[in-house]
Each structure stands twice: as structure tokens, then as C-alpha cells.
Design a protein. Structure first.
Length: 448
């Protein structure tokens, strides 16, 4: 039965660690001392030996409902028996429509149309392509410039790395797309250190968009894309008023605004989308990850009515947008999405996150004063601790935290160089938060 199978899985170790080339990982060190998990339930992973590892990162910012929830598991199982695959090109299946409708209902204002893909990277590239095509169908095909932001992350496609602002993700990959530009990032330690939530300082940094418009002219600019909270470069909350200011400048110059909500979507900041938290309506929202709690690859772009409508004014029987993926709206991903959104709703996980945000912020700030801690940031159920680099160079202390955290403390973390980021599943109870903070505190002392 399944428990016998589970026991077998617990002791199963692969003989060959060589064949898999791990993504965004130091493969050589990993393979000398692997950090391996083979099972998960709710707030915990388990190693093949059966040792629990508390999930401080929702996997990779995705398992917001906690792991292996029975309802989601059985929805996937049932769907696999019923309909394994259905093409989305020229054919449809009911669950894709239902999933799109459920997602659209969660999005603010007239963000009503959902284009499905399979990851955050595809979502970013899809949004950028829709922006370019939008201006084409509107007869303004000269609006091609894409504006991102320093320290931004929009996945690893050519569009995403072009507007992204992480040098290592860009410098090895040639000249990227032509004509992009970048806003400055919004982090300033001197003015913002140890802020809980949105820092007071920094809204004026949105005005740099005026400088970029003055340089290139709005007639050449298609879209601005930003993460409401920059996640991958160490959780940088937006300064108070910053996103509103960006929206105003985009409106003034007829530039589309895209929020990349791959991390912030589905409750991470206490709302279905950060757009709602900030009272700002972007023209498109990208999502992935927590849409189905990380269970089946799924991403997408939610578009406002005017975007969708612009494409629908041509003749019938003609493809309106030459874009899509074999697995757009995959039945298993859609089934998992509907079951996940049911859980978010029934357990009020977004509201719950709002309710525990203050306690979480206090818990994170209790780490202030530990060795080498130079800043702490919090937002929603996200926290980040900046550590000073050690004598071996930038990133080494962060890497030691990952290794020691896993092997010595049974704690899963994310790091960006020497910044430790934590973002537990939204089902985390007080005892889990205490366990994470306690382990993190001891770990920070260990890597001193
Ligand atoms: N956009 C943002 C804001 C992200 O945080 C990520 C991944 O962390 C992505 C895009 C890329 O998503 P994926 O890894 O699913 O391609």
C-alpha cells in the first residue's frame, strides 16, 4: 500500500548525483553534501532519512497553502484519471475556463482576462509580448521600449532578463533585447533600515520614470514592469506612495504598467494581489507559484479589459495573438488551481496573513542586534535579514547559512548573497513562527 511505498521512499537515495544539473545552484558543493528532501506535509519537508525540515520559504515562495494538502492532491489525482491533456490551441476544456474565471474574480477592477502559461518566466515574457502587440494593434507599433528596474527579477527568459536588474542573470547572455531601460531600485539602508512594512522614504524614486521619458520620449515606450515587492534580491518593500506615483506617470504618458506578482500574488502580502494592498490598478498582472500552491507548473497574465478588447476588434476566424504554449491551461494545473483557491478562501488565508503581519514583523525584528545583522525588512508574511559579508567574500556567509540551516537546524531558507529571506506557508501557526525565528537566531550566531 501507499505507506509501504512511503517507507521505501524515505530510505531511497539516488546512486547518480551527476546527471542532474541543478538550476541556480552551486552544483559542485551541493553534490558533495546534498540537501535532499523526499516528502512534505503542511509546514514541513522530510529528508530521505525522515528528518523534519521546517519550510521557511514556502518551497520557493510557492506553497502558500502548506504542503500536500489532501484536497489538492485528490483534485490532481481525479483530474489525471479524467482528462490527462487537452490542447488549448483551437480547443478547450472546462476547468481552464473555470480556473481563469476564479483568478479574474480575485483580481481588482477590470483585470478580467487570463492568459495561461507555465511559469513566472513565461508570464513575464508573455506580458511583455502582449504589451508590444497591444501597441501594434492600436496602430502605435513604434512603442517598443520596455522599462524594468535595478534589482528586479522577472525570471530567466530573454524578455525577463532584459528588464531584470540582476547583473549575474544578464552578463553571460549576450546583448539581450534592444532598447530597454531601468528605473533605480528603491532600497536605501541609510533612510530605511529596520522599517516594518513599506518604508517612509523613497516614493520620489518613481519620478525617475519622468527622466527616462524625457530621454527616450513616451512615443517609444511600451511598458514598465516592476515587482510590487522586489523578492529575489532580498525582499525590498515598496516605499509608501511609490507604486501610486508610478501609475500616475504611466497614465500621463500612455505607458502600460505591469505588476509582476509571481511572489506577491495569492496572499503573500495579505491580499489576493499586491495591487489591492496598494490600491493601484496595473494594466497587467503576472502570476505563477502560489496560484496552485506550487503543486503543478502554472503561470499566467491577467489583463485589463482594454488590453483584451484591443485584440478583439479584428475579423472573426483570425488568431488575435500569435502566442501560447502547449501546456497553457493544462488540466492538472487547472484542477490544482481550483482546489487551492478553495482552500485559500475557506481558510481565509489572505485575511489571516493580514492579521498576523504585525506579530510576524515583531518576531523578525527580535533578531536585531545579533552578530553581523545590518538590516531587517518585513512585509506581509515575508522577512529578510541582511548580514554583513564575511572575510571570504560576498555571499559566503549566506551560503553557510543555507548549509548549516538545513543540516544542523532542519530549516529551509532562501538567500540572496548575504541576505536571508523567509516566507513561510500562510498556514504557519505561532509555534511554527517561533521555531523558525528561534532556529534563525541560533543560525545567525553560528555563522558569525
Ligand atoms: N518573476 C518574479 C517576481 C519571480 O520572483 C520569479 C521567480 O522567483 C519569476 C518571475 C520567475 O518564475 P519561474 O521561476 O517560475 O520562471
Amino acid at each position: 500500500g501507499s505507506s509501504a511505498l512511503r517507507a521505501a521512499n524515505d530510505i531511497q537515495q539516488p546512486n547518480d548525483l551527476d546527471s542532474w544539473w541543478l538550476p541556480f545552484t552551486a552544483n559542485k558543493s551541493f553534490k558533495t553534501n546534498p540537501r535532499m528532501v523526499s516528502r512534505a506535509k503542511d509546514m514541513y519537508y522530510y529528508t530521505p532519512e525522515g528528518k523534519p525540515v521546517i519550510d521557511g520559504t514556502s518551497g520557493l515562495w510557492c506553497c502558500n497553502a502548506g504542503h500536500n494538502r489532501d484536497e489538492i492532491v485528490s483534485a490532481i489525482q481525479t483530474q489525471a484519471q479524467e482528462l490527462d491533456f487537452a490542447p488549448g490551441f483551437q480547443y478547450g476544456h472546462p476547468l481552464a475556463f473555470t480556473a481563469a474565471s476564479r483568478i479574474a474574480q480575485l483580481a481588482p477592477a477590470d483585470l478580467d482576462h487570463v492568459f495561461f502559461c507555465n511559469s513566472g518566466s513565461e508570464a513575464a515574457d508573455t506580458a511583455l509580448k502582449i504589451a508590444l502587440a497591444y501597441w501594434n494593434v492600436k496602430g502605435q507599433g513604434q512603442k517598443t521600449r520596455l522599462i524594468g528596474r535595478e534589482r528586479g527579477y522577472h525570471g530567466v527568459g530573454f524578455g525577463g532578463i532584459t528588464v531584470g536588474g540582476i547583473v549575474n542573470n544578464r552578463k553571460f547572455f549576450g546583448s539581450l533585447l534592444a532598447g530597454a531601460d531601468h528605473l533605480p531600485h528603491t532600497y536605501n539602508r541609510e533612510h530605511q533600515a529596520y522599517s516594518k512594512g513599506e518604508p517612509e522614504w523613497g516614493a520620489h524614486l518613481a519620478d525617475d520614470l519622468e527622466r527616462i521619458v524625457a530621454l527616450h520620449d513616451a512615443s517609444t515606450i511600451a511598458a514598465v514592469i516592476v515587482e510590487p515587492m522586489a523578492g529575489s534580491t532580498g525582499a525590498l518593500p515598496p516605499p509608501k506612495g511609490y507604486l501610486k506615483r508610478l501609475r500616475e506617470i504611466c497614465d500621463k504618458h500612455d505607458i502600460l504598467l505591469v505588476f509582476d506578482e509571481v511572489i506577491t500574488g495569492f496572499g503573500r502580502l495579505g491580499y489576493a494581489f499586491a495591487a489591492e494592498r496598494y490600491g493601484v490598478v496595473p494594466d497587467m498582472i503576472t502570476f505563477a507559484k502560489a496560484v496552485n500552491s506550487g503543486t503543478v507548473p502554472m503561470g499566467g497574465v491577467i489583463c485589463r479589459k482594454h488590453i483584451y478588447d484591443a485584440f478583439m476588434s479584428g475579423p472573426d476566424n483570425v488568431v488575435e495573438l500569435f502566442h501560447g504554449y502547449t501546456y497553457s491551461g493544462h488540466p492538472l494545473a487547472c484542477a490544482a488551481t481550483i482546489a487551492t483557491l478553495d482552500i485559500y478562501q475557506r481558510e481565509n488565508l489572505f485575511e489571516r496573513t493580514r492579521a498576523i503581519e504585525a506579530r510576524w514583523a515583531d518576531a523578525m525584528m527580535s533578531l536585531k542586534g545579533l552578530p553581523n545583522v545590518v538590516d531587517i525588512r518585513t512585509l506581509g508574511l515575508v522577512g529578510a535579514v541582511d548580514l554583513a559579508p564575511n572575510e571570504h567574500g560576498p555571499g559566503k556567509r549566506g551560503y553557510a547559512a543555507i548549509e548549516k540551516g538545513f543540516h544542523d537546524y532542519g530549516l529551509m531558507l532562501r538567500t540572496a548573497m548575504d541576505t536571508i529571506a523567509v516566507a513561510p506557508p500562510l498556514i504557519a501557526e505561532d509555534k511554527h513562527i517561533d521555531e523558525i525565528i528561534d532556529k534563525l537566531g541560533r543560525l545567525i550566531r553560528d555563522v558569525a
